[in-house]
Design a protein around this ligand. Structure first.
Ligand code: AMP
Length: 149
């Protein structure tokens, strides 16, 4: 098996996401791989932006909701010791943008939670399910159970 060189953590900032993030960091450490974090903004209306718009982490947007999401990404990036340039905030549809970034950045492993903010109603969350079906690289869906959510 070849080593992973670039791992993408899809972070939805849910409570159980910390567990998923630690898994991603452990794998990145094992393989001495680059670790990137991506959060896709899908709950903040941004009328002037098109899907896939990259949001700057260093410029103040003046929007409190957006600043709160940036702060969560910065905190997670600090926790996982990820370079500023590898902390990615995009506006769009999570399942699409996660795949787009993984292809553009030649990611060889995507790490997602089996479930996220939408709960455990499905056997596998819809984002995780879609990524498992469409990604061209390996995908790790970290199993989250009732007590984790
Ligand atoms: P879901 O399928 O929506 O329940 O979420 C499953 C997993 O997909 C989460 O644990 C995250 O790893 C990822 N994910 C969901 N929404 C987002 C998002 N907005 N940005 C980044 N990753 C996400």
């Amino acid at each position: 098996m070849s080593d992973y060189q670039h791992i993408l953590l899809a972070a939805d900032f849910s409570k159980q996401g910390v567990y998923v993030a630690e898994k991603a960091r452990a794998i990145a450490t094992t393989y001495q791989a680059k670790l990137s974090i991506l959060h896709v903004l899908d709950n903040i209306p941004m009328p002037d932006a098109y899907y896939g718009t990259v949001i700057s982490l260093t410029e103040d947007s003046g929007d409190a909701l957006l600043e709160a999401e940036k702060a969560k990404l910065m905190a997670l990036g600090d926790q996982l010791n990820v370079d500023l340039a590898d902390r990615l905030l995009l506006w769009g549809i999570p399942k699409q943008e996660i795949i787009n970034v993984s292809e553009q950045q030649q990611v060889d492993l995507i790490v997602v939670g089996s479930h996220g903010r939408h709960g455990l109603a499905l056997l596998l969350g819809s984002t995780a399910n879609s990524i498992l079906h469409t990604a061209k690289c390996d995908v790790l869906a970290v199993r989250l159970k009732e007590g984790d959510l």
